[in-house]
Ligand binder design. Structure first.
Ligand SMILES: C[S@@+](CC[C@H](N)C(=O)[O-])C[C@H]1O[C@@H](n2cnc3c(N)ncnc32)[C@H](O)[C@@H]1O
Length: 256
């Protein structure tokens, strides 16, 4: 079921959002970044993203699960559902052949209605201008008893300010309404990408408008003292790092 092109014949290249053009270019560097055990991305993913996301997904040994925006396919390897599907806008050669990988855009999925027990979209929606399109597609491809789990870079964390001369991080953006940040580089290297900021209630309202019932919302905060002790960029930084900082947000929704 693998396809070698980014643009499927029956699905013309969409240009509404910059993610379509930039993720294919950023993918290789991103994949090197997250597999580098010396980078702080590894610390954040292994301490925050993975355990919390896996807990919210739960046991899927009897489920047909779709991981959208799957990256290297780590999630299916961990969850090991009965039937694992993965898709991404970029070809992902590292996804194991036992999982059914296809190139697909989350906003224009071609899976049948009511096909999946569980759909996961981890760190994908933040790259979309038209999240409501994606949400309606996830709703459509889920069974009536199905659940969706999404992860966001925490809306109240992501590069919302600048360090000042005293080493404090000062929030310099109006976080009460959506905006987009262009030329964003993940870990300072993967990109440039366009990141779409939305306050948390916007995400919850988009889920509800698509028809979802919100079952649980969870945050993960980075313990800055631990981060400074254990990561290179934490130790080398001139920014004063103390306390706990919001990093990821997890949302579980049911179709009924
Ligand atoms: C930050 S990575 C997250 C990868 C993986 N889900 C994880 O949590 O490790 C974002 C992924 O979403 C994919 N992506 C971006 N826009 C997408 C879209 N419109 N449809 C499907 N995948 C998309 C990217 O190619 C990339 O692999």
């Amino acid at each position: 079921m693998r396809s070698n092109t980014i643009c499927q014949k029956d699905k013309p290249m969409r240009t509404e959002s910059a993610c379509w053009q930039t993720w294919p270019e950023a993918a290789e560097t991103y994949s090197r970044l997250i597999s580098d055990l010396t980078r702080d991305s590894h610390y954040l993913r292994s301490h925050g993203l993975k355990p919390n996301l896996l807990r919210m997904i739960g046991n899927c040994t009897n489920a047909r699960l779709l991981d959208i925006g799957c990256g290297d396919g780590w999630l299916l390897d961990e969850v090991r559902p009965r039937e694992g599907y993965a898709c991404d806008i970029v070809e992902q050669p590292d996804v194991r052949p036992e999982w059914k990988f296809e190139i697909q855009d989350i906003r224009y999925l071609s899976y049948p209605d009511g096909f999946f027990d569980v759909v996961v979209a981890s760190l994908v929606l933040i790259w979309l201008e038209d999240v409501d399109l994606a949400m309606r597609q996830i709703y459509r491809v889920l069974k009536s008893s199905g659940k969706m789990v999404i992860t966001l870079v925490h809306p109240y964390f992501y590069r919302m300010g600048e360090p000042n001369s005293e080493g404090n991080f000062v929030i310099s953006k109006d976080l009460s309404k959506p905006f987009k940040m262009q030329d964003l580089k993940i870990g300072g290297v993967a990109g440039p990408l366009t990141y779409f900021y939305r306050p948390l209630p916007d995400y919850l309202n988009i889920c509800a408008s698509a028809g979802f019932r919100i079952r649980q919302v969870a945050d993960w905060f980075v313990d800055m003292e631990d981060y400074v002790r254990k990561t290179k960029s934490g130790m080398g930084s001139k920014i004063l790092r103390t306390g706990k900082v919001p990093m990821y947000c997890f949302i579980e929704c049911g179709k009924e």
